[in-house]
Design a protein around this ligand. Structure first.
Ligand code: GLY
Length: 325
């Protein structure tokens, strides 16, 4: 057995480990852990309290994958619901589909009785108001929101340095490998932007025969490289989990134009080994892991790998002026 989660999974891993220790199914454990992170307002990139889009609305993405059936469920751009991961699981278990977006996802969430929630918290409302006041031109303020948003989108490079989506990977007692993700995505994103978290194969993938992978950071990069599926496929081809992740880092290195922001690749294999690499990560980037030999989940440092960057660091630092509330 193993449970692996990223830095932001801290508030959920204790519960996830307890459920796995009690012999519960990996998917139940992962969903329970992610729900706790979705409720944790200190996590500014998941669930309630996550950063809004350019219009000041919080749009949530989430997914689950069962590595034994290869069934998946995902939602993208879901507004107004407290636990997108549970809506994603309901997509997997109750519909013949794998991914619902926007209005359709909200309709299905309502149909299944999912709990509604005001997703903007005090800190995110304030941060958005400060950004709007300082960055939006007088003419655009007068016409808002009926203005072109493209220019504001390019100015809002991921404000959360060192903060992330949450991802959980588990191998349960019955040897099922599962993955789950949840995020509010890129702060100040263009409305409707989906990152990699609901895109199975990019932000997550699980196959009980080989292992699982999930990514955090700039989803645009892992969508282009098909990172999560690639890592699992590399393990199928006989590579160790370390080698598979390193191969995926090489795929990222081959992307033209460099990375627009950091990407962290988390992976486990089917016998409980794991490896985590933060591409363009910073000292202090870490993850959490629990295996049956541990009294409690342990915090570990990510391996750091530097490759070329596409977006100027100065833009990201500029956005922190607004998010530092
Ligand atoms: N990795 C999360 C996102 O890009 O939205």
């Amino acid at each position: 057995m193993i449970i692996l989660t990223n830095n932001e999974g801290k508030s959920g891993i204790g519960m996830t480990a307890e459920l796995l220790r009690d012999g519960r199914a990996g998917l139940d454990a992962v969903e329970a852990g992610i729900r706790l992170v979705e409720d944790d307002e200190e996590v500014r990139t998941v669930g309630r309290g996550g950063w809004p889009n350019l219009l000041g609305e919080v749009e949530l993405d989430a997914s689950v994958m069962d590595g034994s059936t290869l069934r998946t469920g995902a939602v993208g751009g879901l507004k107004g619901f407290r636990h997108p991961v549970s809506v994603a699981r309901a997509v997997m278990e109750r519909l013949p589909h794998e991914l619902l977006i926007g209005e359709g996802a909200a309709r299905f969430a309502t149909e299944t009785g999912a709990e509604r929630c005001e997703l903007l918290a005090e800190h995110s409302r304030k941060a958005y108001a400060r950004w709007f006041e300082s960055e939006v031109s007088a003419a655009d303020k007068a016409a808002w929101p009926n203005v072109p948003l493209e220019r504001y989108c390019h100015d809002a490079v991921d404000p959360e340095i060192g903060k992330d989506t949450t991802v959980f990977l588990a191998l349960d007692r019955a040897r099922n490998v599962v993955a789950g993700t949840s995020t509010s995505g890129w702060g100040w994103k263009y409305p409707g932007r989906l990152g990699d978290s609901p895109v199975i194969g990019a932000g997550s993938y699980a196959d009980s025969r080989y292992g699982a992978c999930a990514c955090t950071g700039a989803g645009e990069m892992t969508i282009r490289a098909g990172t999560a599926r690639a890592v699992v496929l590399y393990m199928k081809m006989g590579m160790s989990v370390e080698r598979a992740v390193s191969e995926a880092v090489d795929d990222m290195r081959a992307l033209k134009g460099g990375l627009i922001s950091r990407v962290t690749i988390h992976a486990i294999d089917a016998v409980g080994n794991h490896h985590v690499v933060a591409v363009n990560g910073l000292p202090g980037n870490h993850y959490w892991v629990w295996t049956p030999g541990m009294a409690r989940p342990e915090r570990r440092a990510c391996e750091l790998v530097q490759i070329s960057e596409g977006a100027p660091q100065s833009k990201r630092i500029a956005m922190q002026v607004y998010t530092d509330v």
